[in-house]
Design a protein around this ligand. Sequence first.
Ligand code: IPM
Ligand code: MG
Length: 355
Amino acid sequence: MSHKIAVVGGDGIGPEVTAAALKVLEAIAPKHGIAYETIEYPFGTDHWLETGGTDGGETLPDSAFAEIQQMDAVLLGAIGDPRAPVGLVEHGVIMRMRVGLDLFVNLRPVKLYDARLCPLKDKTPDDVDMVIVRENTEDAYTAQPEFTDKGTPDEVAVQPMRYTRKGTERVIRYAYELARKRNKTNKLLMIDKANAVRAQDLWTRTMAEVGEEFPDIEQDHAYIDAACMWMVKNPEWFDVAVTTNLFGDIITDVGAMIQGGLGVAASGNIHPGQVSLFEPIHGSAPKYAGKNVANPVATVMAVGMMLDHLGHDAAAREIEATVAKLIQENVIKSLSAGVQSTSEIGDLLASAVAG
Ligand code: IPM
Ligand code: MG
């Protein structure tokens, strides 16, 4: 069966890192008997401006959304550009797909491939190997903002942290299953702020109740503020953690830093068994756009996660192992922008997986 993959390069460096990552996919596919076709979409800020901008510009039209629903995966570069109002294109493209395709798991592995990339003193790859399972369809992210008495001294702005039992339960169950599958510490850490945000009592109860189905998995807990601290101080304590949408957004940027920066951190927006979306965690970095300096490694890692989702776990493992090897051998010298060109790193990885 041939996989249909939608490709949205998006804004800034998105199209360049996506092109480099697709070269790696093209190089590895024949070896693993992977048949696929890519369907490119132009969505992003340029497209929004070209179709009218603030005057009815298009972010993700219904017709394209309907096509994507019928596909197997989406590879996304990056969205975000100062020429559009804050959050408009992000909501129109990324949030629309996360919520519209019901991609309730945002899977964010944090793995260090070489000690030289870690900003923490004396930490090695043995110490940094965890997965954060971020809820991806609820929380303040998908609640409507409300402003009353806007622009006056009495203004009140509200955007609630809203959680449903079903939304909480399915992501927690996914995380328990992942902890079991990884079989590393057989422990699941829940990260919340239930002491201050009492609505998160729903998370506390659901964690305990679903946990009864997983007697082999130990339950652990940390508040988000403490979890950020422990992640920097003792990353080796982390294996699988589950958390809310907003806290997951924040702590995975900390995670990205301890694994060597946004240049390597990838994520999967997943609904098991359905079309899912894969992207680097980094943004569009407009200042590097069009200069062939951005590092495409994170997007290559996103392609690896996509292959895993599509059932090609051997190819996925090979991509990860190849990235790790080229980093360890200093062929990929850095994960920062500008050390080697985007296309050079793409070509190095493509020939390494082809060979
Ligand atoms: C991420 C990003 C997005 C988020 C932005 C671009 C809306 O920071 O994927 O982590 O907050 O989820
Ligand atoms: Mg983020």
